[in-house]
Design a binder for this molecule. Structure first.
Ligand SMILES: [Ca+2]
Ligand SMILES: [Ca+2]
Length: 477
């Protein structure tokens, strides 16, 4: 059933990690289900299936399942409810490793190595179907930087500026545009008291038409597409298929507000605002190949394709995403976007290895993370990235992990997880770096390897080593 919903979904043109196969289309899904049951349907549909996800994942997930049902939940219930809940079985349900899904997962692939998986396209229609498969990655096609300054008049809750993108100045993309608005941290909280002075937010609208003829986009003339609203000096909004959505409307409007916070002076002098627009599209994936690349599938038949990934020896050891575009001559859209992912891993022995020094591939760039401190929710909210390593020797006691970064007034938190995805340490005291929030805007940067908040740009942690709070150098601010 899941592969029916996936195979008949409508691609939304965001990245595959965000959209999966796209939005469920009930009419198409029902048509496909009828065809697979040997009945007539209003639409021609195909289904894609693969065992790659569950085949690679069942062995890892088994120990997590065991831990969750027999250790974690049971211990919590005993502690908090006084009830010993003993499940009849703590093993994964039978047959899990042979389940199929639509999404494709290569599992763990060594740097410089290769791994192959298969997927099958079934044709339940009464026509011969021609399919062609293209492995694609996401790539940045253009980055634009726009700057302006905004001040706040006494009493004004916010001040807004905007940029318009018309059919003549919008960069064409088949996927999405990503809009980031920032102001300097030094203006977000100039006095470092953890009470917001001013913040920034971003909106994307479509301006249908200038109905009242005043030359400006008024609220009742616009349709909201997306927004970034965190209490932060950094906000992101994305818009897929901007060229298509713009259509014959007047323009796309990117609005940025400088917003008064509780700690702002009456008059706020000009604050520099930077807006970065990134256009993301797809291109051939140089690390992934498919064989065969095309097939003619008779009515009721199927074709199996082999996908092979070969990350280079200097690939950043992280998780990568892509998609196989499967075109055909019978469905209403004529194509499917089948998401795939793989974990490239590095082998680490007795010397330090810089995990971000290698080559990345397309979008997102695996060598950096971005993010914001969202002060209305969790101060540590932000972006994250996985890096995968294997021990190079069997007699190692522990890894030491050091995480360094470039920007001041930012921080980083690291966690280590074992091969099955569990934290490498029973709780936060092991295998992790983190913040201790002490209340009233004060927090401790635990296991930071520097002496002051302004240059604390390195954290160290020891997966699988038992150590306690205060044992490692840290600073308080
Ligand atoms: Ca402040
Ligand atoms: Ca108007």
């Amino acid at each position: 059933m899941k592969t029916i919903l996936q195979s008949s979904a409508v691609p939304l043109r965001y990245d595959v990690a965000s959209q999966g196969f796209g939005r469920v289309d009930a009419f198409r899904a029902l048509s496909l289900a009828r065809l697979l049951a040997g009945r007539t349907a209003a639409r021609y549909e195909l289904v894609v299936q693969s065992n790659s996800l569950w085949g690679a994942y069942a062995s890892k997930y088994g120990s997590l399942w065991q831990w969750q049902w027999c250790d974690n939940i049971r211990a919590y219930m005993l502690r908090w409810a006084g009830t010993d809940l003993q499940p009849p079985s703590c093993s994964l349900p039978a047959g899990v490793s042979s389940r199929v899904d639509g999404v494709l997962f290569f599992g763990d692939v060594p740097q410089g190595g290769s791994r192959s998986i298969t997927f099958t396209v079934r044709n339940p229609t009464n026509k011969t179907v021609s399919v062609v498969a293209f492995p694609r990655q996401l790539v940045v096609t253009r980055t634009q930087t726009l700057t302006r300054s905004l001040s706040l008049a006494p009493g004004a809750p916010y001040n807004r500026t905007y940029w318009v993108f018309t059919s003549s100045n919008l960069t064409a993309t088949a996927r999405f545009m990503d809009v980031v608005a920032t102001i300097p941290y030094s203006r977000f909280d100039a006095d470092n008291d953890y009470v917001v002075d001013v913040r920034v937010r971003v909106w994307i609208h479509i301006w249908r038409a200038d109905a009242n003829g005043n030359g400006r986009p008024d609220p009742d003339e616009m349709m909201l597409v997306n927004y970034g609203y965190n209490w932060a000096n950094w906000n992101l909004a994305t818009m897929s298929a901007p060229t298509i959505k713009l259509g014959s409307y007047r323009c796309i409007v990117v609005s940025v507000d400088l917003v008064r916070g509780p700690d702002a002076p009456s008059y706020v002098p000009p604050v520099p605002v930077t807006v970065t627009v990134t256009y993301v599209d797809t291109a051939g994936d140089p690390w992934v190949s498919v064989s065969p690349s095309s097939a003619n599938i008779p009515p009721g038949g199927s074709a199996t394709f082999t996908l092979t990934v070969r990350p280079p020896a200097n690939a950043v050891p992280t998780t990568y995403i892509g998609e196989v575009v499967v075109t055909n001559n019978v469905t209403v859209t004529g194509f499917m976007q089948v998401p795939y992912s793989f974990n490239a891993y590095a082998t680490v022995g007795t010397s330090f290895v810089n995990l971000t020094a290698g080559v990345s591939r397309g979008w997102p760039d695996a060598r950096s993370i971005r993010g914001a401190t969202h002060w209305a929710w969790r101060f540590e909210s932000g972006d994250w990235r996985l890096f995968h390593i294997a021990p190079g020797a069997s007699n190692g006691l522990a890894f030491e992990v050091q995480d360094g970064w470039m920007l001041s007034d930012t921080s980083s938190i690291g966690f280590a997880a074992g091969p099955d995805g569990q934290f490498a340490g029973a709780y936060l005291g092991q295998g992790a770096s983190w913040f201790d929030y002490r209340g009233s805007g004060v927090f401790t940067w635990v296991n930071t390897g520097a002496g002051s908040i302004n240059n604390a740009r390195r954290v160290v942690w020891f997966p699988s080593v038992d150590y306690r709070d205060w044992l490692y150098p840290q600073c308080e601010a």
